[in-house]
Design a binder for this molecule. Structure first.
Ligand code: SF4
Length: 326
């Protein structure tokens, strides 16, 4: 097992609404006690429906805001408490690739300037010649022609722009890349190319990836482990094979049953979830999933199930799974 690069412990991000404090009743619990770690060279996927808090987790790790509670450790150092000045040398280690390759690149900067910016900001080159050499190497890495450096973002397709976004992330020589729905806006064939590129780069550079996505087919392809989020909490966390072959939480079961089958000749029972995701402003009592769970029973409305190990390295938060299997 590779050393851990990122640890998130009991992370909470609550927002106050309509002038109320970000605590107690009236707070939106966007993230409500999330714990996981990522090792070097590993891809952890964070999945769930829109609004489940997965992107907020990514933003909290990037320190785009202060968290409400919990700890975020990078290489064993707490970064959630650091000032901007203390954080500056560490920012290089965590980079991000955003969903929209059209809005995430500055249209007024040529590709050379887009890639030179992190190299300069983090003091990774001593001269313009060295910057040019690094940019050429980055374009090679993401399989774009070197003359792309002299062109503008609007001259590229969506997939090519996402390659530029990945090159910009790599320019900082990161150890962890947060891919926030990084392939969601792309066509199916382009998605596969970008996912393959990320996997190749991971092998070559030993990168850790936090892959935030609602697309289970892509997650099954790229992830080593998967964390499923519902209403600000992780409800299941397991190795990819174990999770896809034998989901232990009813929500994961429903998500998987709704995903298109890789083999259209194989029919499986689709579990239809009733209703919408409840508001994180007023989550249901007990198990947050009880208003939509097909297996709900009395205790679910009263007691909040904790995430616990139901099989080796396979965790689920469901009362039905509380007796470890023999
Ligand atoms: Fe469903 Fe109850 Fe399990 Fe929650 S605890 S997922 S409501 S069976």
């Amino acid at each position: 097992m590779n050393p851990i690069i990122l640890e998130v412990r009991g992370l909470k991000k609550h927002y106050g609404v309509k002038g109320r404090a970000a605590s107690g009743a009236g707070a939106v619990r966007a993230v409500d006690g999330v714990t996981f770690s990522i090792s070097r060279g590993e891809t952890l996927a964070l999945v769930g429906e829109s609004g489940c808090g997965k992107s907020t987790v990514g933003k909290a790790i990037l320190r785009l805001f202060d968290i409400t509670e919990g700890e975020v450790l990078l290489d064993g150092e707490r970064i959630d408490e650091m000032t901007s000045r203390e954080l500056r040398p560490l920012r290089r280690k965590i980079q991000v690739v955003f969903q929209d390759p059209f809005s995430s690149l500055n249209p007024r900067m040529r590709v050379r300037e887009i890639l030179a910016e992190p190299i300069r900001n983090f003091g990774l080159a001593k001269s313009e010649a060295e910057i040019d050499a690094r940019i050429a190497a980055l374009l090679d890495k993401v399989r774009l022609p070197r003359d792309a450096a002299g062109r503008w973002p609007h001259e590229f397709s969506g997939g090519q722009r996402q390659r530029i976004g990945i090159a910009r992330a790599l320019a900082a020589e990161p150890e962890l890349i947060i891919c926030d729905e990084a392939v969601s806006a792309l066509d199916v064939s382009v998605k596969a190319q970008i996912v393959n590129l990320l996997q190749d780069l991971q092998k070559e550079l030993g990168l850790a990836l936090l892959f935030i996505s609602h697309d289970l087919a892509i997650v099954e392809h790229i992830a080593h482990r998967v964390a499923v989020m519902y209403l600000g909490r992780i409800v299941e966390l397991a190795g990819k094979r174990a999770l896809f072959a034998g989901p232990q939480h009813p929500y994961t079961e429903a998500l998987l049953s709704a995903a298109p089958a890789p083999d259209p000749t194989v029919t499986s029972k689709r579990i239809l979830l009733q209703g919408d995701v409840p508001s994180p402003l007023n989550p249901p009592s007990g198990c947050h999933f009880h208003t939509r769970c097909p297996y709900v029973f009395d205790r679910c409305r009263r007691d909040d199930p904790a995430l616990h190990e139901v099989e080796p390295a396979h965790y689920a938060a469901c009362h039905l799974r509380e007796t470890p299997r023999q």
